[in-house]
Design a protein around this ligand. Structure first.
Ligand SMILES: Cc1cc2nc3c(=O)[nH]c(=O)nc-3n(C[C@H](O)[C@H](O)[C@H](O)COP(=O)(O)OP(=O)(O)OC[C@H]3O[C@@H](n4cnc5c(N)ncnc54)[C@H](O)[C@@H]3O)c2cc1C
Length: 323
């Protein structure tokens, strides 16, 4: 049942900040996640604050000095089809194209995709989940085939976004408007692990609104790919995936960022895998070492050990294709 809430369509960013600072206010972008959560009573809202009148946070534009600015209200379809992204940052266009279904991509926005709530069935169902004020993570000893193998304790949800790992691999920054003014931080620092605070998935405080994502210029010689493994070919969340950005100079790897999806409560960067290929030719030996390094430290639960082989396979597949 959808509980009553007041609705505010913000005419300015400042209005959005002020209205969303109210207790129990929630921001509405495309509504593809928020409205489902409210209807299913995953949580309630006193106020729903729509950003949809804010033209200044829509669209993709060039930044002075190179790189791109993507407004938070840009749809996933716009990102998947943008020619500049397809040419220079394919990892992001591929990630956006792999998310959800065509209808959801037409409606869902980048800001909403980055801030969507967990898809864990214990969070979405009626269970005493930590994130809903409960006192345990039922996934730990329960139906945990889709849950985290890294960074899980005490909550084993996996971050559902496909665009987030791609953007972390691109070392993107996120600008956040808020009651204290705007701040810009690396997207890699935007997500909060359960060990630090299991009530929050992001660093957003009340009244804070994601306004834009900033990409630096794509380095010459860089290649990037997002590969997602899902249970069915139609719309589905990642069981495991990887966003990889590699720069090659004189046939050796001069830069690498490897970020996993579907395996942790936040996009999971594997610096060990990056180190395994840095400074080396991208050959079979280095790729095997990188794939092994990526799964070091994984702590699978009773039913999700299969993700270890998937992580290795996805990394090997992407790097081999890049080579
Ligand atoms: C059936 C189904 C399948 C899906 N499959 C995938 C998938 O495979 N991969 C994937 O990545 N996603 C998937 N999704 C999620 C989908 O991509 C998201 O629902 C969508 O991107 C959210 O965007 P939105 O604009 O509709 O967000 P909304 O629903 O409007 O908002 C989502 C959340 O983000 C907050 N929020 C929105 N915008 C901002 C902002 N600018 N600043 C701060 N907070 C904000 C809202 O308050 C809310 O909590 C799926 C969703 C469904 C329903």
């Amino acid at each position: 049942m959808l509980h009553k809430f007041s609705y505010k369509r913000a005419a300015t960013l400042q209005e959005a900040v002020t209205a969303s600072a109210r207790p129990d206010a929630h921001i509405l972008a495309g509504g593809t996640d928020l409205l489902g959560c409210l209807r299913d009573e995953v949580f309630t809202a006193s106020t729903v604050v729509s950003l949809n009148g804010l033209k200044e946070i829509k669209g993709i534009s060039a930044r002075p000095g190179g790189g791109l600015r993507i407004g938070a209200l840009t749809t996933l379809t716009e990102i998947a089809e943008n020619k500049k992204l397809l040419a220079d940052y394919p990892v992001l266009a591929q990630a956006a194209a792999s998310a959800a279904s065509p209808q959801l991509r037409n409606q869902g926005t980048l800001g909403g995709n980055l801030c969507q709530r967990p898809r864990c069935w214990y969070f979405r169902g009626n269970f005493p989940c930590f994130r809903r004020g409960g006192d345990l993570c039922s996934a730990m000893d329960g139906e945990n085939e889709y849950h985290a193998i890294f960074g899980g304790d005490p909550c084993f949800m996996v971050h559902p976004s496909d665009t987030a790992p791609a953007l972390v691999a691109l070392d993107a920054k996120v600008t956040i408007a808020g009651p204290k003014g705007p701040r810009t931080i690396p997207l890699a620092s935007f997500y909060v692990l359960p060990k630090d605070d299991f009530l929050k998935e992001t660093v957003l405080a009340p009244g804070e609104v994601v306004t834009e994502i900033l990409l630096g210029p794509a380095p010459a010689g860089s290649k990037s790919v997002y590969r997602k493994v899902r249970e069915r070919g139609a719309f589905d969340f990642a069981v495991t995936g990887a966003a990889i950005v590699v720069t090659l100079a004189a046939r050796k790897v001069s830069g690498a960022r490897i970020v996993l999806s579907g395996v942790a409560p936040a996009p999971w960067r594997s610096e060990a895998a990056e180190k395994a290929i840095l400074g080396k030719p991208l050959d079979a030996a280095a790729i095997t070492v990188a794939a092994e390094a990526a799964v070091k430290g994984a702590s699978p639960l009773a039913r999700n050990g299969y993700k270890i082989a998937l992580v290795k396979g996805v990394i090997e597949e992407i790097l081999t294709a890049m080579a």
